[in-house]
Design a binder for this molecule. Structure first.
Ligand SMILES: NC(=O)C1=CN([C@@H]2O[C@H](COP(=O)(O)OP(=O)(O)OC[C@H]3O[C@@H](n4cnc5c(N)ncnc54)[C@H](O)[C@@H]3O)[C@@H](O)[C@H]2O)C=CC1
Ligand SMILES: CC(=O)[C@H](N)C(=O)O
Length: 319
């Protein structure tokens, strides 16, 4: 049995769907502190679980004989800077609860990290798996903490801790949750509604990005990889890197009238400028065979088709 925490965020439902296809819908429990939409509730087991409530988490694990835990709970980079105390609590105290629970119940544990775990003193093009990590956001600090705590408990007590550093994830099916890479989702919605996107980053801000289905596939392949193939517990994964101007150009191949204006927001621009522009994921490719399926043109084609379909199904106008 697997429980996936904070499953109602941008990434959660899609991962649960992919896992349920492989392991059966009754074996994957989605949890969050928010009320699930009807379609998610009808897809398979859903329970309330607050990552800050240790007793509640323990009951969930014990009552359902959980063996794997996917810990998605976090406040992302931009929203974390606006709520530092809450980000520290959810991202660090929440993680400690989950680590204690995993040790106590011999759980296997997957925790995602991010390009945000690097900072201005890290090598940026590309950022390797092992290098200086001095992030300047509470989000990044909490993710480095997660990487180090998980690795420490793996080496000291044998905890099966696995961690992937995700790039900015681009998905048509959910709203972004307060990150610095959110523009790369919003631009598609704007392109298909008003035809105008106002970008909060400069036109030449290059960041690593990934299509959500590659992100989910990487997660499952990594969780399934035999221990003997892993030389690290925390791996970078990469697919593509682009700037706002480059993704806009690619969208214009489908929607030539897209207009993009730039109005950089100091907080998010400063964060983006401190992150890697490219990830070196050669260890993931070598150790457990990671290979992305989506490049920029495939991502743009898929995002436009998926959002169009959603709008058509909802009876909304599409430009
Ligand atoms: N979306 C992205 O581009 C990337 C995401 N990641 C990581 O992937 C994970 C999932 O990210 P997203 O789905 O985008 O996040 P999100 O911000 O969309 O969702 C976070 C979820 O956490 C839940 N939550 C908040 N407080 C909680 C609490 N006390 N207990 C339980 N749940 C609580 C929220 O209800 C929400 O559903 C995070 O750990 C994030 O750091 C890493 C890199 C990129
Ligand atoms: C890259 C991430 O971790 C996230 N999307 C964010 O922008 O905060």
């Amino acid at each position: 049995m697997l429980v996936q925490q904070s499953g109602l965020g941008q990434l959660g439902v899609g991962l649960a769907q992919m896992l349920r296809k492989q392991y059966g819908k009754e074996n994957i429990i989605l949890s969050d502190i928010r009320r699930p939409p009807t379609e998610v509730y009808n897809m398979g087991p859903f329970v309330y679980a607050d990552v800050l409530d240790y007793k509640n988490l323990r009951e969930l694990v014990v009552n359902n004989r959980i063996t794997w835990l996917v810990h998605y709970s976090a406040l992302l980079s931009a929203i974390g800077e606006a709520n530092v105390a809450l980000a520290r609590t959810i991202n660090i105290t929440g993680l400690h609860n989950v680590l204690d629970l995993a040790l106590e119940n011999c759980l296997r544990l997957f925790v995602p990290s991010t390009i945000g775990a690097f900072g201005p003193s890290s090598p940026r093009d590309p950022a390797p798996d092992l290098c200086i990590q001095r992030p300047r956001t509470i989000y990044g600090v909490s993710k480095v903490h997660a990487e180090l705590m998980g690795e420490y408990l793996h080496h000291k007590y044998g905890l099966d801790f696995r961690c992937l550093r995700y790039p900015g994830v681009v998905s048509a099916h959910s709203k972004p949750g307060g990150g610095t890479t959110d523009y790369a989702v919003q631009i598609f919605h704007d392109a298909l509604s008003s035809g105008h996107h106002e970008c909060y980053l400069r036109s030449n801000t290059r960041l690593p990005m990934m299509h959500i289905s590659d992100c989910h596939r990487a997660t499952i392949e990594f969780m399934q990889a035999p221990e003997s193939q892993l030389s690290l517990r925390t791996y970078n994964i990469a697919a593509m890197s682009f700037t706002p101007e480059e993704v806009a150009e690619e969208i214009r191949k489908h929607l030539p009238n897209l207009r993009v204006t730039y109005n950089p927001d100091t907080i998010r621009q400063t964060i983006a400028d401190s992150w890697p522009v490219r990830f070196d994921d050669s260890n993931a490719r070598q150790d457990w065979g990671w290979k992305p399926a989506y490049g920029l043109s495939e991502l743009v084609t898929d995002m436009l088709a998926s959002i169009r379909e959603k709008k058509n199904n909802a009876g909304l106008p599409v430009s």
